[in-house]
Design a protein around this ligand. Structure first.
Ligand SMILES: [Zn+2]
Length: 254
């Protein structure tokens, strides 16, 4: 990607955008990530699956997280992934577009009832996978997601951030952050700054649980982000909303 900062103006003093996203509502996110984000004044996006019989009770702490200014996003109800994973029950290769749509919409109803008055505006593809069916009958479910959401997060290649003028808002690239060192994450932010792009990091466990990053690496990243003034750190919905408006504005002028 060539330097887009000349052709895409980020708001005010900012020269690029970074979104930090956390998946699956893991306990270490509530216990470690949320207090760290508070300490460094950084707002993030948390993608939740409101599943299980006690989903409302289990997810109640996230209401306060939303009140602190973080975004709560939809990560589907059943977290369907490829049948090729050994842990899969029902799985993407066996599903229809109608079934995946119903699963996402039930998650949406539940999340919106959990956090009243707050619209759920973005989606994260479980396991980053965005299809149903297999072989000749395999279909993308990105168009289903695009009907209901402002934006959605998938996975992409390093070190390429999203180009705000060219990326698909309904399959945004993100970088899985598990086992990354602070130096590696900070290096990727510096490259994003150089390119004027929008980078999204995906976190799971913090210091424990699946796909973990260490607490000290996350803290060092947050400390750096709170100091690096040209970097706009905001939830996915806020950056997506800005990008969509700028694109509409450009189109109206051309
Ligand atoms: Zn997940």
């Amino acid at each position: 990607m060539a330097d887009v900062s000349a052709r895409f103006p980020w708001p005010g003093k900012y020269k690029c955008a970074i979104s930090l996203t956390f998946d699956d509502g893991l306990p270490s996110q509530l216990r470690v990530a949320v207090p760290l984000l508070r300490r460094y004044g950084v707002r993030a996006t948390f993608y939740l699956c409101p599943s299980g019989s006690n989903w409302a009770g289990k997810l109640r702490p996230w209401r306060k997280v939303a009140e602190e200014g973080h975004e709560i996003g939809n990560h589907s109800l059943s977290h369907f992934c490829s049948c090729n994973f050994p842990f899969s029950g029902r799985c993407l290769e066996e599903l229809t577009l109608e079934e995946i749509e119903e699963d996402i919409l039930e998650a949406q109803r539940r999340l919106e009832s959990l956090i009243p008055g707050r619209e759920i505006r973005t989606y994260a593809y479980p396991c980053y996978q965005s299809y149903v069916g297999r072989g000749a009958s395999r279909k993308s479910y990105v168009p289903v997601v695009a009907r209901y959401f402002l934006a959605a997060r998938g996975v992409g290649e390093k070190p390429w951030p999203n180009d705000p003028l060219r990326c698909d808002l309904h399959y945004l690239w993100s970088w899985p952050a598990e086992r990354m060192s602070a130096a590696e994450m900070i290096g990727l932010v510096e490259q994003t700054l150089m390119k004027g792009g929008w980078a999204i990091f995906t976190f799971h466990g913090i210091g424990e649980g699946h796909l973990p990053v260490s607490e000290s690496d996350l803290e060092a990243l947050l400390e750096y982000l709170s100091w690096r003034e040209e970097v706009w750190v905001a939830p996915v919905a806020e950056v997506a909303s800005y990008v969509a408006k700028r694109r509409a504005h450009r189109q109206a002028r051309s």
